[in-house]
Design a protein around this ligand. Structure first.
Ligand code: NAD
Length: 703
């Protein structure tokens, strides 16, 4: 099986990478071995005066094989994976023959690193160049941290290394990362011409110091600012961004080969850290599986959709309608009257305008999307729509009325989803003409940005209905996680345990600043007290009252969250919108400590240390997830992990809420919960599955 083919054009060897049977050129062991052999042969061939590296796929060369990297448990195994590539790149650079990369489409990670080792790079107009390793808890380990800043300067290289966001070809040309940008048809030809005139010397090999230099004051300031940002983003798990910065800072002052040795050493150690494993497992493999709906019921035929109905054009319904139209579906948007329709359409147009303003779409694309949304009052003409999602207000009588009329108007077999946050799906199914066509589709706002949809199977939901709804969600580019019905489904139930514990600490007189600081330093994007104020404390009373309506539930034994909320509301403190909640708010809406807090909530004991506050906030989420797993609400630890990082932003470096238990070790986690239970009550009691894991040393994930 040939992966790399060679075509000599008047002394220029064009090596084209074309992995058979794969949409991308994955740099796995076999492919890398063939690449090395092909490059060596061309370098050694006296008839070859220059080399072009190209791809026959829609993208250039994808990075290293993450499946191979995930298996690695020791630094020296990671080194074995990359050593050959490191050597051949130095051979390319110092072999005396010009080597030019012809890059197209996705040119990411290891792919870009190969291009960086070439003496020149040409891109086609589709090229997207980036080093996304940081998002996987890794760093570029094949020269990226050293070649990129030496080539384009520290200031432009740093954001690429630390944010991991790719840049388009035109920007790469501005930065000097590629010399030319041409149409795809002219790509290889341009590279061949360049290989005839390019000097086969890298800037860092042009003198004896190999580019070693002293960093300027301005560069040191840039690095210091980047360090600060990285430390803030690191949370309790992530180390990659800080290591990247450190490697860049030290590496630039060293001769190139010594700098490469430093990068290699740092990379192989980083590759075996828990955060790298966690991120690769969850952020790459698990999320890609969910996006590709690999858990779709087997044997159900694909469901082709052309149109859907969305009932309720408020915050959520508007976002759902916009996202569906964005995926090319015709959308019927149904509201209760013309005035509500107008309000809904105005908000949808504003969503479109925001996308244009943020540069995410062209005005033409926005207009085409809006043209696909047809507003109407009532349920006429729904016999042909292929699916529907209900997103009316969270009032059961209203949902009952809407679902009855909607299901009667639709054809049998067309799935109907409800975007309820709390109402049991099996109960709502009773209002439908055909309960078997019905299920829950719990979106997260803002819908056009948040990928997760929690899909809830009711008792009567058929496999066909589930498969069809998953096909719709895939079409809408969502990341669905399917769960079984139960109070608070999966996500709302876990979030309630987290918010509940934060508010219970408030009731005990623990300062909100300490609670939020603990959450943020763990890696949450916002603290639970600030979040409560944003939600609004009165609404939160409603949400938690409903979430806690099963008095038997372990997670609410002894909690005092409603007590804390009611005391706040009675004192006239309703949240951020009202200007005063758990915090005070200045005229710019910024939170300030509220001096009256200690009077309303006198401290009941000594202030806890931050580590204990962190445990009290985070452990309940893992406990509640383990209980949901035991009860069969959530199907796997992987599903729980995906829902947690996408749904309520549990830190990515933890790998998700149950990977977090693996990261700590089940024995330690259980021991900490037992100590918490002794002090705080039965809501910290450990379910049997976790106890067994602690006893045997088992993990939720093998790696
Ligand atoms: P919203 O108040 O913004 O919108 C509800 C819309 O439903 C309004 O436009 C209203 O006019 C319309 N409506 C009311 N009665 C109707 C009827 N009989 N027929 C047609 N339309 C009718 O509410 P929202 O925040 O969009 O929430 C909608 C649903 O989504 C609720 O079930 C809510 O619990 C759930 N949800 C909300 C969020 C969130 O963050 N807002 C998140 C997940 C789920």
């Amino acid at each position: 099986m040939t992966i790399i083919s060679r075509d000599d054009r008047d002394g220029i060897a064009v090596l084209t990478w074309d992995q058979p049977g794969s949409p991308v050129n994955a740099a796995n062991r076999d492919a890398v071995a063939e690449f090395i052999a092909a490059v060596r042969a061309a370098l050694d061939d006296a008839a070859v005066s220059g080399i072009v590296l190209a791809s026959a796929k829609a993208g250039f060369i994808a990075g290293g094989d993450l499946r191979e990297l995930l298996q690695v448990t020791e630094p020296k195994q990671a080194l074995a994976l990359i050593a050959g590539m490191l050597q051949i790149k130095r051979a390319i650079e110092t072999g005396g023959k010009p080597v030019v990369a012809a890059v197209n489409g996705a040119t990411m990670g290891g792919g870009l690193e190969i291009a960086l080792a070439c003496h020149a790079r040409v891109a086609d107009t589709t090229a997207l160049l980036g080093l996304p390793e940081v998002g996987l808890g890794l760093m570029p380990g094949a020269g990226g941290t050293q070649r990129l800043p030496r080539l384009i300067g520290l200031e432009d290289a740093l954001p690429m290394l630390t944010d991991g966001k790719p840049i388009p070809a035109a920007r790469a040309q501005e930065l000097g990362l590629v010399t030319d940008v041409v149409e795809r048809a002219a790509l290889v030809e341009t590279a061949v011409a360049l290989a005839r005139v390019t000097k086969p010397v890298q800037p860092w090999d042009a003198d004896a110091t190999q580019g070693a230099r002293v960093l300027s004051e301005a560069e040191l300031a840039l690095l210091a600012a980047a360090d600060k940002k990285a430390a803030r983003r690191a949370g309790a798990f992530d180390v990659a961004e800080l290591r990247i910065l450190d490697t860049v800072r030290k590496g630039l002052t060293l001769p190139f080969d010594a700098a490469m040795a430093l990068e290699t050493e740092t990379f192989v150690n980083l590759a075996v850290t828990p955060a790298a494993k966690n991120r690769i497992r969850t952020m790459f493999f698990a999320i890609n599986d969910a996006k590709a709906i690999r858990s779709r019921p087997a044997g159900e035929p694909p469901y082709a959709l052309a149109s859907i109905a969305v009932v309720g054009g408020g915050t959520m319904g508007g976002g759902i309608a916009f996202t569906a139209a964005m995926s090319g579906l015709e959308v019927v948007l149904i509201e209760v009257n013309e005035a509500a329709l107008d309000r809904g359409m105005t908000a949808i147009r504003a969503t479109g305008d925001r996308q244009v303003k943020a540069g995410r779409m062209s005005p033409e694309k926005r207009d085409a999307i809006l043209a696909r949304i047809r507003p109407q009052v009532g349920y006429d003409g729904l016999g042909d729509v292929d699916a529907a999602i209900e997103a009316v207000i969270e009032v059961e009588t209203v949902k009952a009325d809407v679902l009855g009329k909607l299901s009667a108007a639709m054809r049998p077999g067309a799935p109907i989803g409800s975007n309820t946050s709390t109402l049991p799906i099996t109960r709502l199914a009773g209002y439908c003409a055909r309960p078997e066509d019905f299920l829950g589709t719990h979106f997260f706002g803002p819908v056009e940005r948040m990928p997760l949809v929690e899909v809830i199977r009711g008792k009567a939901t058929t496999e066909a209905t589930l498969a069809r709804m998953l096909d719709l969600l895939k079409r809408m580019r969502k990341t669905p996680v399917t769960v079984n019905d139960g109070l608070g489904f999966y996500t709302s139930r876990v979030v309630a345990s987290y918010t509940g514990e934060a508010l219970t600490m408030l009731a005990e007189g623990v300062p909100p600043q300490l609670i939020d600081k603990a959450a943020m330093e763990f890696g949450m994007v916002i603290g639970p007290c600030a979040m409560a104020d944003m939600t609004g404390l009165e609404l939160l009373i409603d949400i938690l009252t409903s979430a806690y309506s099963d008095a038997e539930r372990t997670s609410i034994q002894g909690h005092r969250s409603l007590e804390a909320l009611k005391r706040l509301v009675a004192a006239g403190r309703t949240g951020r919108r009202g200007g005063a909640g758990i915090y005070d708010y200045d005229e710019n809406g910024r939170a300030q400590p509220w001096p009256g807090f200690a009077d309303l909530f006198p401290a009941e004991s000594d202030e806890p240390i931050q580590a204990v506050v962190t445990q009290r906030l985070m452990h309940p989420q893992a406990l509640e997830s383990a209980r949901a797993l035991e009860e069969g609400i959530v199907a796997s630890a992987t599903d729980a992990d995906v829902a947690s990082v996408l749904g309520w932003m549990f830190p990515k470096g933890s790998g998700g809420v149950l990977s977090y238990v693996d990261t700590l070790g089940a024995a330690r986690f259980v021991a900490e919960c037992e100590a918490l239970e002794a002090r705080n009550g039965a809501r910290f009691s450990v379910p049997a599955n976790l106890k067994a894991m602690a006893a045997t040393g088992a993990r939720f994930h093998a790696i």
